[in-house]
Design a protein. Sequence first.
Length: 190
Amino acid sequence: MLEARSLLAAGEWSKAEALWRKIAKRDPANTIAKVELSRSVEGGGDLKEALRIIDTARISDPSNVEVLFRAAELNLALGNRTAAVDNLALILYHLPSLKAARMARDLSEELGRLQDAFEYQEKVQSAGEEEALLKAAGTRLEFKKLLAEHSEPSDKGKKTAALKNFLKRYGDYAPALEHLATLEAENKIT
C-alpha cells in the first residue's frame, strides 16, 4: 500500500492505478484501496470510471464518510450537482460535518432549492460555523428568497417595498441596494 500511495502522491496515475487494482482485487472489501484507486483513475482523467469505482465501495460500505465525500466530489466534477447534494445529505445523516453542511447549502442554493439551502444553513450553524460567515450566507439566502417570492414583473411595487424592508434589517447588503436602485430607475422610466 505504501508504494501505491507514493505513486499516487507522485502523480504516476497509471502505475498507482495498477497497484491499487491489485490490492482491491486481493481484498474486495478494502474500502481504502477503492478510494485510492478512484483517485488514481481520476488523475488519469477518467472521472466516470472513478465514480463507478466509488459506487462499488458504497455497496460494501454505504455509511463510510470518506466514500460519500469522494462520491460528492466526483459528482461535482462531472456536473451532477443533485447527486453530489444527495451524497452530502448522507454524510450529514451519519456525521455532523461543517464541510458537508456548507457544501450542501451552497449546492442547494445554486440549484435553486432554497428551502433545502435554509435547512442546510441550520446544519451549518449547528456544526459551529463562524458567526460572520453564517450571517453572510443567511443574508444571501434571505435575499434570494425575497427575489423568488416577488418574481412576477407586475409585482414591482410589492418587490420594492419588500426590498426596503429587507434593507432595514440588512442595510449593507450591496446586491439588495443595487436591485432596489435598478427597480427605482425602471419605475422612473415607465
